[in-house]
Structures are given as C-alpha cells and as structure tokens.
Design a protein around this ligand. Structure first.
Ligand SMILES: [Zn+2]
Length: 370
C-alpha cells in the first residue's frame, strides 16, 4: 500500500511562487555538510504562516544548484554586501524548493519554485534555452542572411553602469543609422561583461545575431560604430551558412553575461550586481521581438503525481509504485541519483562516481538540471 503522497492542493503552484517573506537576514549557514555545499540556508524569522513556500531542502538545492555552487555562494554574498532586500535573497536561496513530480500523459515532468533572479544561473539558463531554440529556427529560415556580430567599447576607467548605458544606447543608434540600420531589422543581442587582463577595467560586449540584407559591409559598419561611440571601432562580423556551425556560434554568442574572472573579484562582482539591476541582459529586436512575443508557447497542463521528497522517501522504504517512479526519474534526470539516491539494493544504477562538476565561476556548461 502506497503511503499517501502530499496533497498537491495544499502546496500551491510550484512553478511561479513569489514568497511573501521580508525577513531580516543573518549570515549564511556555513556548517552544512560537504555533500550539501550547494545548499544556502537563510534564517527565517516570524511565523511560517506567512511563507508562500517551504524553505528549500538540502536535496533540492543539490539537484538544482550543484553545478554552480561556488559561484552561487559568491553571488549571494554580493547580494548581501550590496544591500539587496531580504525577500530577494530568500527567493534566491529558495530557488528550486517544492520539487514536485508531475505528468503530461505518460511523460513525467519536474516543477519547482523559481526565483527568476537575473543572477540565478538555472533560472536564466531556462530563459536562454527557450530563446536559443527560437533562434535556431529563425536561422534555418534566414539561410545566408544571418550574421554574428560583436560590438565592443574601448577600455575606459568608468563605472560599469555608465558603460552599459553607453553600449545599449550606441546599439540603439546603430539600429536607427541611415545606412547601417537596414542590417539590424531583426535579431537578438546578448550582453557580456569581462575584465581586462589586469582585472581592473571593464570590457563590455554586445553579441548580436542578426538577419538582414546579404553582403554586410564590415568596414562601413566599423566606421558607423566609431561615429556613434566617438572612440570605438572594433566590430567583428561572421557570416555562417552551415547550420552545424551556426549551432556552435549561437552557443558562443548566447554566453552568460558574467565572465568567470568577475565572479572571483568581490568588488567587481558587487559592481556588476548593482549595475545590472533593472536591465535586460539579452533581448530580441525588430521583427524577432514581435515574433518572439507572438509564439510564446502555452504552458503544458500537468497532472500532479506527488512531492518528490514524499515519493523518494516512500521508495526508500520499499514502496513499489514509488520505486517505479524513482527509477523513471533517475533515468530521465541522472542528477537525481545523487540528490535523491536510492539504497543500493533498490537502485537500478549506482550514483555517479564523480561528484557533479562545480562549474564555479561560470564555466561553459548551461548546467540546467532539466
Ligand atoms: Zn532561480
């Protein structure tokens, strides 16, 4: 007999919950066991009745955040140093809580709370993954009219916020430029901030994937960029028609906004966190922005199966139905073999030998758990 699973109705929607807590925050919990290093526990104050969601469990943190635990810890410390609200930090730390198993017909799905914070890799990766799929479809349609361009600003000893304003405003002017504007009627841009080799000056970039008339005149584009910015003329343009190479370039151009070197320098990380507040870090423009808004998929209707922690604990006790579900989940999301393992005698596959790589300060992988 299967133990009762926690009622879906009593836990609310798991995917888009905004916590109502506004608690004063204490220091990060630093005594978590090593295997739970991805877990950032914040003290909560006041009655739990005012919580919109449960605090995240260590296993849920391991599942969602193991791939970037060091970077994540550095970011939450930066949020604390730069005076982010208690609500934002709690949301950030609880991202991935209320992990539920749901079903769409025979297909299993996992849902959880998401913080949607611009500094949260899994949340941003999900948004980027969705947009990358759309970009790839548009590039197939564009054939040889697609180009990959990078716009940079000359190194300056100026605050990052000022340089972002200048970069965004310069690209907007380029799109309205009398000769070059026609090349930027459809596309998407992604922002990236790097530091120079000395780790002192910012080096902001815009990576742009655009579709326009063929034969982009790179020299004229460079002249126009210099006219607009006053001092910067470096523009890289690459035209690729081979779809396999396009996939590689899209991955390269849709890189994360924050390079690894920034994450390791607390003062620069603090400046980045403050500078990007309220700003977009990627955006479709022109015809792609209209198409992007129009083809947003309607969300799948999912049937709740049960809270993962309940199914996992029932499976560990030998409940057959729960074991079947856990085996399906382990096959589909191998990370769960580490965050929610089964005893060896009940497990179809042992947990992976190697711990999940900590991407640390933003290495290459998207690191999405799903
Ligand atoms: Zn998040």
């Amino acid at each position: 007999m299967r133990p009762p699973l926690a009622s879906w109705q009593t836990r609310g929607t798991t995917s888009d919950v905004t916590p109502s807590l506004d608690s004063p925050l204490g220091p990060l919990e630093t005594t978590v066991p090593d295997r739970h290093a991805a877990h950032l526990r914040q003290p909560r104050y006041g009655s739990p009745d005012f919580d919109d969601h449960q605090p995240i469990e260590p296993a849920e943190s391991v599942f969602r955040h193991s791939g970037w635990k060091t970077k994540r810890r550095r970011i939450v410390e930066a949020l604390q140093r730069t005076g982010a609200s208690g609500r934002r930090i709690l949301n950030f730390c609880d991202c991935g809580s209320d992990l539920w198993v749901k079903a769409d017909g025979d297909d299993l799905a996992l849902t959880c709370n998401r913080c949607h914070d611009r500094m949260c890799d899994p949340c941003q990766n999900e948004r980027r993954t969705a947009i990358i799929e759309k970009i790839m479809l548009r590039l197939l349609d564009a054939g040889d009219r697609a180009r990959f361009c990078t716009f940079t600003l000359k190194h300056q000893d100026a605050p990052l916020a000022v340089q972002i304003d200048r970069l965004y405003s310069s690209f907007k002017q380029l799109r309205q430029h009398p000769e070059m504007g026609k090349y930027f009627k459809a596309g998407v841009w992604f922002f990236e901030a790097k530091l120079d080799k000395a780790g002192r000056l910012w080096h902001p970039h815009l990576h742009v994937i655009q579709v326009g008339p063929d034969r982009m005149p790179q020299a004229a584009l460079s002249v126009a960029w210099k006219q607009i910015t006053g001092d910067s003329f470096i523009v890289h343009v690459t035209a690729i028609t081979d779809h396999r190479q396009q996939v590689q370039y899209v991955t390269k151009y849709t890189t994360k906004p924050l390079s690894a070197d920034v994450v390791r320098v607390p003062a620069k990380l603090d400046e980045f966190v403050t500078a990007i507040a309220g700003r977009r870090l990627f955006q479709c423009f022109g015809e792609w922005s209209k198409a992007h808004a129009a083809d947003d998929a309607t969300p799948r209707k999912l049937r709740a199966v049960g809270a993962l922690c309940t199914i996992h604990s029932a499976a560990c006790s030998g409940d057959i139905d729960s074991l079947v579900i856990m085996h399906q989940l382990h096959a589909r999301w191998p990370r769960l073999r580490r965050s929610h393992p089964l005893p060896p005698e009940l497990s179809a596959n042992p947990p992976p030998d190697d711990p999940q790589p900590d991407i640390d300060a933003g290495g290459g992988s998207w690191g999405n758990p799903w």
